[in-house]
Design a protein around this ligand. Structure first.
Ligand code: C2E
Ligand code: CA
Ligand code: CA
Length: 728
């Protein structure tokens, strides 16, 4: 469209020339006309695909304009054509002129895409989007050879592609046409004979309806007629727009002729005719390409649902922002819809989609000029902020956005509040990458305590230290389960004694990590990481194998009637192949299943009772007993316990701790013991630290005790010695 305007202005300039030097009139308009037509027919042929078409047309336009190696002119044209870079290569393929200084002097290597083009017989060439060697940004480049051997290169930044294609709209075209001196009005009539764009003032809409004979105007021939319009003598020029064989509509332009000498009227007529022909051809190409472009560019860089730029766009945008940081302050906010998944599950995906659309709309409306909103993924948005002065300003902005999330959405009776969380990151150095920024923001989100009042978190270094620590732990676990490291993870064994008989009944196997870099790491920490990183299944098998080895060792030393308890995570038992793998390991280790017990936490069993119960039955069939670990913390009722296929209840340390301190603790604990006995379950008390606790447990018939009072967890060697000492 801008191109069209330029062509028009060049025609307009020529009309001026005609005014000044009448003999130029003899130039033969028809000649120019046919020449232009040939150029644009070329352009049309070259314009093959989508964006390529656009870039090609623009390149063609530049060739037609006879662009010189003059920076000011190049800059002017980049602006007018809405492209980011225009370079001129000389015959030796060196950039001799550009709107961007860094490009000047660039000589492509032999492998560079432009070289193939130079050597080819092609006249024009459009590349795929790629990183440019000079500034490291993503561009789409097009090239066109000129007759003098120079090459024009046109580049559009990936993030500007949308702007570039979006600029083409019929109404904008019309608006632009009438900003030029000389033209009174312009209008576009679509293929159904409706005026879809016009420059008439709004109070003359009636006039628009009466305007001419639309059907006559929309005839598929170029027409120039003398008319009277607002008391002026005018020339009304109209031309049909085609793409291929498809009629797209008619462009009509109203020119004044009353100030012009009759002598040159005919010349102007020809000028108008030329302009019109050129215009209609360009518009036809663009009109068609535009429709296709929009959908293609949109699917690559825009989110279909919300219409917001997507994560691909975000990444490119951020990388560019980081490079151009200089002394500016830049911050990025990540917005997370906390309960989106639940709402989706409860009300369905349509409802969820609708919520996202409306949230996007709500936030978009409240954006400041230099802010940009992206849809990062399913339920996360990212806002890139402009300049800000204080950290507190960022927090205010975050609070405001959280409030926006809570605004009721249109026409939704069952609307439930979306609760939002926001993480904030300030970009301070050039070393950052978009990837890192987004990773850090996600990390900060996961760090927000769901129950805290302020659901806002700044990314900070300690999170990063924490991440590094997690990475080290994750790698150590991987090394162990993949057989590269045999010593960093091992088991300790904590004795369990029969309270009444004062006999050793077994040990609980407790995993230990001694990392080369970090030293001792608590199982509370590394087991959680193993679970989060989906390594717990393999690690669990590794632990089970080690426990089998220890069990075998005890057997070899003539111990019998004991059980080694192994802690099993929910994720392990839920895995389909869990039982098969347990059988395989027992078989490979030749370990008697009757010497093993699995400890599974109360909450894991109770929350998944139906699925887990089936597995528990099978485990019992194999001969492995089941202990309900941490009992009392999972809020299960005894009624539910009854239906769970377990053998033992392990009263959580919390209740044992309270035995010395509170009477109520005494009451609850004795109740748990007697109720469990009624259900036929044996009872283990864990974390027994004092003889008073042990006395109480003895008095209330608790079966087994485990805790520091009896022994701390021991190394395999010490555990064996401990067992031997018990025997004699
Ligand atoms: P848990 O299964 O409840 O294990 C008991 C924890 O209490 C152990 O901590 C043990 O050292 C500690 N403990 C034992 N007696 C006393 C005592 O008298 N006083 C006090 N204050 N503490 C005592 P540890 O070894 O740090 O293990 C912590 C948790 O890590 C375990 O809790 C278990 O949930 C998990 N874990 C440990 N090893 C494994 C494993 O091999 N697999 C899985 N899935 N989880 C494990
Ligand atoms: Ca345990
Ligand atoms: Ca426990």
């Amino acid at each position: 469209m801008v191109f069209g305007v330029m062509i028009y202005s060049s025609v307009n300039n020529r009309i001026d020339e005609i005014y000044n030097v009448l003999e130029v009139a003899t130039l033969g308009i028809a000649d120019t006309y046919s020449e232009s037509l040939v150029h644009f027919t070329d352009a049309k042929e070259i314009a093959t695909e989508l964006l390529d078409e656009r870039i090609n047309v623009v390149s063609e336009a530049i060739v037609l304009l006879g662009l010189e190696a003059d920076k000011a002119k190049i800059e002017e044209i980049t602006q007018k054509l809405n492209v980011d870079v225009i370079n001129i290569y000389n015959e030796d393929t060196e950039i001799i002129a550009s709107n961007v200084d860094e490009f000047i002097g660039f000589v492509p290597s032999l492998e560079h895409p432009v070289m193939k083009f130079v050597e080819s017989y092609e006249r024009s060439y459009v590349e795929d989007i790629r990183v440019n060697a000079v500034d490291g940004l993503y561009y789409k480049f097009g090239y066109i050879k000129r007759e003098d051997g120079t090459i024009i290169q046109v580049g559009v930044l990936a993030e500007n592609i949308h702007k570039f294609t979006n600029r083409f709209e019929i109404q904008q075209l019309i608006d632009n046409i009438v900003t030029r001196d000389g033209i009174l009005d312009a209008l576009f009539i679509d293929s159904s004979h409706n005026i879809t764009a016009h420059s008439f003032p709004s109070d003359e809409v009636a006039f628009v309806h009466d305007y001419g004979n639309l059907e006559n105007l929309a005839k598929n021939v170029i027409q120039i007629e003398n008319c009277e319009y607002h008391g002026y003598d005018v020339l009304q020029a109209s031309a049909p727009l085609y793409y291929g064989n498809d009629y797209q509509g008619t462009l009509a332009i109203i020119w004044p002729t009353n100030m012009v000498d009759t002598e040159i009227r005919s010349i102007i007529r020809s000028g108008i005719l030329e302009f019109l022909v050129i215009m209609t051809i360009i518009v036809s190409i663009l009109f068609y390409a535009y429709r296709k472009n929009i959908s293609n560019v949109k699917s690559a860089y825009y989110d279909k649902l919300t219409g917001l730029p997507n994560s691909l766009y975000l990444e490119e945008f951020l990388n560019k922002e980081i490079q151009e940081l200089e002394n500016k302050t830049r911050a990025v906010l990540m917005l997370n819809c906390k309960n989106f998944k639940t709402l989706n599950m409860t009300y369905g995906f349509k409802y969820g989609d609708n919520i996202l659309i409306q949230i996007a709309e709500n936030i978009k409306k409240s954006l400041n000029k230099d802010e940009m909103l992206f849809r990062f993924n399913a339920d996360r948005f990212v806002l890139v902020l402009g300049d800000y002065d204080r950290k507190e300003a960022l927090k205010d902005r975050a609070r405001y956005l959280i409030k926006k999330f809570k605004e009721p959405l249109n026409g939704d009776s069952k609307y439930e509040y979306i609760s939002a969380q926001v993480s904030i990151l300030e970009i301070v150095d050039h070393e950052m990458t978009a990837d890192r920024v987004l990773q850090d923001l996600s990390l900060a989100i996961s760090n927000i305590n769901t129950s805290s009042v302020d659901q806002i978190e700044f990314f900070n270094e300690s999170m990063e230290t924490n991440i590094k620590r997690q990475d080290i732990i994750e790698n150590t676990i991987k090394d162990v389960i993949e057989g590269r490291d045999y010593s960093s993870i091992y088991l300790n064994y904590q004795p369990k004694i029969d309270i009444l008989k004062n006999q050793l009944v077994g040990f609980e196997a407790l995993a230990r990590m001694k990392d080369k870099e970090l030293g001792f790491v608590s199982p509370l920490e590394f087991i959680e990481i193993a679970e989060k990183k989906l390594l717990i299944y393999e690690l669990g098998n590794y632990i089970l194998e080690a426990a089998c080895d220890f069990t075998n060792n005890l057997v070899k030393n003539d111990f019998e009637n004991f059980r080694i308890a192994v802690n099993i995570s929910l994720i392990q038992i839920m895995r389909e192949e869990f039982l098969d793998d347990v059988r395989k390991i027992l078989k490979a280790k030749k370990t008697d299943s009757k010497l093993l017990e699995f400890e599974i936490t109360e909450s894991a069993i109770v929350d998944n009772l139906e699925i887990i119960n089936k597995k528990l039955i099978e485990l019992k069939d194999i001969g492995i007993t089941i202990a309900l670990d941490d009992f009392g913390t999972g809020f299960s009722s005894f009624a539910r316990l009854h239906s769970a296929h377990i053998d033992t209840v392990k009263i959580d340390r919390y209740f044992i701790d309270r035995l010395d301190k509170y009477d109520s603790g005494n009451l609850i604990t004795s109740d748990i013991i007697s109720m469990s006995h009624k259900l036929g379950l044996s009872v283990v008390a864990e974390g027994v630290e004092s003889s008073e606790q042990l006395d109480y447990l003895k008095k209330h018939d608790c079966d087994i005790a485990q805790g520091y009072l009896i022994s701390k967890p021991l190394t395999e060697k010490d555990a064996l010695l401990y067992a031997k000492s018990f025997k004699t």
